[in-house]
Design a protein around this ligand. Structure first.
Ligand code: PMP
Length: 311
């Protein structure tokens, strides 16, 4: 029997709710006020970053690309040999209930699978029960004006972890490689950093995928360079660009390709599509370029429209 928030829990969420309670968080079968939604210090997600997660958008109350996110997190859980006691269908329903309990119309879901409570030793198999958490809340990653004006990024000195060590496609609870590069970005006065593979190809940013535009064609490095297989990246390649009549080519990009491009933009569930106007000291474009604008406009029309894609 799947634990799920009961109708009375959802009613309680409405009548009891004060700002301190919100958001209500679904944690291992219960919908709890924020102050009570805690994890053990013996949880291996906390002790070792042993687990995986998803960041998912909600538009007009619909979980955007729900199936793709579930497919990715279950694939990652399998790679970690983490057995989740819910089916994808059950989890979709739990996320929907959490969105409803928080009366979320436009927002963001953080879905977390943790190894769960164990001992101080590393052994993941000493943790009998994985932790499953759903947080449904608001998100604003970048300031609104950046969507018109574009953003400045740096090239991180620290490369992406090589695939053979820890595949960047694994959206694990350990984001230290990204966090250390993010610190480089913040130290340089900006919010994102481009990360190269150890053999010098442009992979992705600390929390976003990257595209360039050159002579009207859209380019992005292939997944083999080592990056997260972004759901927004796939949406742009397979749906948004074709709908805008723009050709996409995957090729291993070097940083010089980025520096000599006409437009650069980033994609991510939280970021959506956002222009990059400067990389280190090199100016790329004045504000959001025309192709980025076309893609972003189409993207926004889909996610504010009546047929929000769920798979
Ligand atoms: N790369 C990294 C490292 C990320 O953390 C993310 C998500 N924030 C992305 C790319 C974009 O992926 P998605 O479009 O699936 O959100």
């Amino acid at each position: 029997m799947t634990p799920s928030p009961t109708a009375s829990a959802m009613e309680a969420s409405k009548s009891l709710s004060s700002d301190q309670d919100r958001p209500f968080i679904w944690i291992d079968g219960e919908l709890l006020p924020k102050s009570q939604a805690t994890v053990s210090v013996f949880d291996h997600g906390f002790l070792y970053g042993d687990g995986c997660f998803e960041g998912i958008r909600v538009y007009r109350g619909v979980i955007f690309k729900c199936q793709s996110h579930l497919d990715r997190i279950y694939r990652n859980a399998e790679a970690l040999r983490l057995e989740i006691p819910y089916s994808k269908q059950e989890l979709a329903r739990i996320m929907e209930e959490c969105v409803a309990a928080n009366e979320l119309v436009d927002g963001y879901i953080r879905l977390i699978f943790s190894r769960g409570v164990g001992t101080l030793g590393l052994n993941p198999f000493a943790c009998p029960k994985p932790g499953v958490i759903v947080i449904a809340d608001q998100i604003r990653l970048y300031p609104e004006e950046m969507y018109q004006d574009g953003m400045r990024v740096v090239v991180a000195k620290r490369p992406r972890t090589p695939t053979a060590c820890l595949d960047p496609a694994l959206k694990s609870l350990n984001y230290l490689n990204s966090i250390l590069a993010k610190i480089e970005a913040i130290d340089a006065g900006c919010l994102e950093a481009i990360m190269l593979s150890t053999d010098g190809y442009v992979g992705e940013c600390t929390g976003d995928n990257l595209f360039i535009v050159k002579d009207g064609v859209l380019y992005t490095s292939p997944l083999e360079v080592g990056m997260l297989d972004g759901i927004t990246r796939a949406f742009v390649i397979n749906e948004v660009a074709p709908a805008c009549g723009i050709t996409v080519t995957e090729k291993r990009l070097k940083i010089d390709d980025v520096l000599s491009s006409d437009e650069v933009f980033l994609t991510g569930s939280a970021a959506e599509i956002i222009a990059v106007t400067q990389v280190d000291d090199t100016k790329i474009s004045d504000g959001q370029g025309p192709i980025t604008e076309k893609l972003r406009d189409h993207f926004r029309s889909v996610v504010t429209g009546d047929n929000i894609p769920v798979d």
